[in-house]
Design a binder for this molecule. Structure first.
Ligand code: IMP
Length: 435
């Protein structure tokens, strides 16, 4: 069985958690490889709704190996809370493993994230204020504190001192903030260390072994391609690489370990925070999509911007990730919107037209989607479990997307529930017995 990467093909919030949850049943290990608690995955199981920020979505299967990889940045306060919550719900988390090399979000990272955004004023990125950017910055500057440092008080204190010292000037407005006391911070993080120690591990060998034994490894992406720090709409991006190539770095495996790359995209588009969004609908229809799609952030509760499906950006994501299949989620949200629109190219100022995703920020900021109309449908599609159960116009919508991108649609979400999913022929072999 293969290594399968599940990647956000838009601006995040595509519904990757549900896909990973479904595949996790078959998987031998699920590995998160980037991002931190800026992500939020919601899993609906019957009447229960679970929200995760750091723990991989497979954790609801008792004893399932779920790895937080070295590429993830971990806020230990959030992780210990999440672990406590899972324990209170009676969930077996014995399969949780945290890479000893994963970097830690520290109190000063959160303060710097707030301060950085405040300083940018109107130009702000709209970060989740979780300290993600400053943490990755310290990692690159080789001033990061890693999970393994929690296990040695002396090293921990030295490293916190070394990391905080160069930031004195930027942290001056927070001089009286009690969380910035070196001794108290060391003590607090030592306590986190005691609590997390049973889960801290050398994680790449876990993936190697499963792959050697022909097991299934699911690489769980967070955020989305258009938020990638290299390939997204910089600087309105996150500080990690949500693209498929990053699964190797963030989990510790080689490219040959990833056999399938499935991009997850909503049947329309959303984005949280600032930055270009060529198909944005700033009108009643956009509001209707927001309400019927429940488009409010899992992590921050912020209303998401909504718009038509952007096939220019999606074809770019197909290339950048080497997608082998597309999962289309929330198709049901489009029920009753007729006609539907999709963008097949961009229009720039002075009549310029772009068939491909433009690399230049000035063009991208002004680009508007050149829309074509496709017929919609009015029938309730939530009971559909095969493509044949869908109205013909819904099938043609999916066919149009698949033809445009040149990859098959492998799954289609028709409602929030776990069973409200169509598995197409292409995904059948990874379909869990229960789905
Ligand atoms: P940061 O990751 O908190 O630094 O935020 C940078 C940008 O990425 C902001 O526009 C956020 O709204 C966006 N972002 C970060 N994580 C997510 C996510 O999980 N879903 C959607 N947007 C996200």
């Amino acid at each position: 069985m293969p290594g399968v990467a599940i990647i956000g093909a838009q601006w995040g919030d595509e519904g990757k958690g549900k896909v990973v949850d479904l595949l996790a049943e078959q998987a031998d290990v699920v590995i998160r490889f980037q991002g931190g608690n800026n992500a939020g995955h919601t899993i609906v199981r019957g009447k229960d709704v679970y929200k995760f920020h750091l723990v991989p979505s497979g954790i609801l299967y008792p004893g399932k190996l779920c790895v937080i990889g070295n590429g993830v940045v971990v806020d230990p306060a959030v992780l210990t809370d999440e672990i406590d919550g899972l324990r209170r719900s009676g969930i077996d988390i014995s399969g949780l493993r945290i890479s000893a090399n994963a970097h830690l979000i520290m109190p000063y990272h959160k303060l710097l994230d707030h301060a950085g955004e405040a300083k940018l004023g109107k130009l702000q990125i709209g970060t989740t204020r979780r300290g993600i950017g400053p943490c990755y910055a310290d990692k690159a500057a080789r001033l990061g504190i890693r999970m393994q440092d929690l296990l040695d008080e002396k090293i921990l204190k030295q490293k916190i001192y070394a990391a905080m010292e160069p930031k004195r000037l930027m942290l001056r407005p927070f001089a009286k903030d009690p969380t910035l006391d070196l001794h108290a911070m060391t003590e607090e993080y030592r306590t986190f260390g005691h609590r997390l120690e049973p889960y801290i591990a050398d994680t790449p060998p876990i993936a190697w072994q499963v792959l050697e034994e022909n097991g299934l490894v699911v690489f769980e992406g967070a955020q989305g391609t258009m938020l990638d720090i290299d390939h997204g709409t910089y600087p309105f991006v996150t500080s990690s690489n949500p693209v498929a190539g990053s699964a190797c770095v963030g989990a510790g495996v080689g490219p040959s370990s990833i056999h399938e790359v499935w991009g997850v995209a909503k049947a329309y588009a959303t984005r949280v925070g600032a930055g270009p969004f060529p198909t944005e609908l700033d009108d009643d229809l956009g509001e209707r999509m927001r309400q019927s799609g429940g488009e409010f952030g899992t992590t921050t509760g912020r209303p998401r911007r909504t718009g038509w499906l952007d096939l220019v950006a999606l074809r770019y994501a197909t290339k950048v990730n080497g997608l082998t299949g597309l999962v289309v989620t929330k198709l049901d949200v489009l029920t009753g919107i007729d006609p539907l629109n999709v963008a097949t190219r961009y229009l720039g100022p002075e009549g310029a037209m772009f068939d491909e995703f433009p690399y230049h920020q000035s063009i991208l900021h002004k680009a508007r989607g050149d829309l074509i109309e496709l017929p919609g449908w009015h029938e309730d599609i939530r009971a559909a479990r095969s493509l044949d159960d869908l109205p013909e116009t819904a099938r043609s919508y999916l066919d149009y997307i698949s033809d445009f991108l040149g990859i098959p649609v492998v799954m289609v979400g028709v409602g929030p529930g776990r069973d409200e999913m169509i598995w197409t022929g292409a995904s059948e072999r990874l379909r869990p017995a229960a789905a």
